[in-house]
Design a binder for this molecule. Sequence first.
Ligand code: ATP
Ligand code: MG
Length: 443
Amino acid sequence: MAKADQIHPVRGTQDIFGEEQERFAHVVSVFDRVRRLYGFKGVQMPVIEPTAVFARSLGETTDVVSKEMYSFEDRGGDSITLRPEFTAGIARAFISNGWQQHVPLKLAAHGPLFRYERPQKGRYRQFHQIDAEIIGAGEPQADVELLAMADQLLHELGIADGVTLQLNTLGDGDSREAWRAALVQHFEQHRGELSEDSQERLEKNPLRILDSKDPRDRPIADAAPDIDAYLTDDAKRFFEGVCSGLDAAGVAWARNSRLVRGLDYYRHTAFEFVTDRLGAQGTVLAGGRYDGLVENLGGPSTPAVGWAAGIERLAMLLGGVSIPTIDVVIIPADDTAYETTLNVMSKLRKAGISADMAYSGNLKKRLKKADSQNAYAAVIIGEREVKQQSYTIKLLREGGQLDVPDNELGVLLTGLRQAAWEADKGASIGMELVNRLKLLSNK
Ligand code: ATP
Ligand code: MG
């Protein structure tokens, strides 16, 4: 195709393939396992929602709503938005479906999200999150449960080293209002020294100045009052319940009194798991309590707490992931062997052994392909093998070859099917096959 005609991907999107895809899939599969251990039910959510779902819940002045949403009018004239996060949609679903009858409801979701941001390493316009929510639980135990799950997930992904759980409280409504007033008073005294962005935040969203990265803001933000002096007794008791619960559950944490969240709906607990390995993109998992959100969207008053984590960022932190390989390559030596080859391949796959056929090029080329797949064995099937109903099996990793009659292979595979079920789902049982083949040939 001529260059001018070439179709390009949308800026900030990625085509995920190969090792990257394996990393991505690994994050999702570990999440799926761990969330079951904690009794979270999976949920599938629409990618499109009415724009109001996000505009009303995230807060008009937040980055996401004011400049990052993909919104459009559909053919029927309704304003639709590609979801920029999960929580608001899940709260909408809670109301639409009357899920109140199931509370406390523990939900887990994952999938693509869309934000119109400046793309850079670890920041995309279509990205993906795993997400966990506990809806209808107002006790600190729910926060602890949710954080314990996140902590176990990061450990099981093998990326907990260098990651710290930073914890803060934003208090209840009263605490937050009193703290906000004190912050405004403090920042007003230094208005002239603040960055332009923070001067604007002072009008709309003064809490956000606390986590500004601008060096002009830092000394002023660091000198700002903590929320502690403004916490009501209830808010204080709640936060103490979360802290002592985390200690009891063995989850390490550190207080960060500057931590605030980017969205307006948070109350009480706010937290981020932060790594020292990704520079400015260091937050790998974040969330908090959002007791007012369901009510804001027109539902019953419902306490809730949740978190989300970017799959791409978690995947970047993973060590080596195993790339699934083919256990056995079947090689038809000539055209007469084709049907037998298909038959053997089908038997192998039904026994839980991954198998692929090398059918292009001459025999030498086919053998080379088997080698390049890093398979355990190659089964070569030619005219002689078809006639004698017996196959030549080359052990590719350890060398040597065996002759195995078709009926014996059948029995062996039946036994192996059991082993495949018992083995971890998706794990290769190629080595087990090789061991059994060797036993067979020693008889
Ligand atoms: P940031 O301050 O990095 O913009 P945020 O507060 O907007 O983060 P959240 O809405 O809390 O992020 O989303 C939770 C997680 O989702 C982030 O910690 C990050 O891992 C991931 N994430 C957010 N935006 C993007 C993006 N544009 N591309 C990739 N991952 C993202
Ligand atoms: Mg953001």
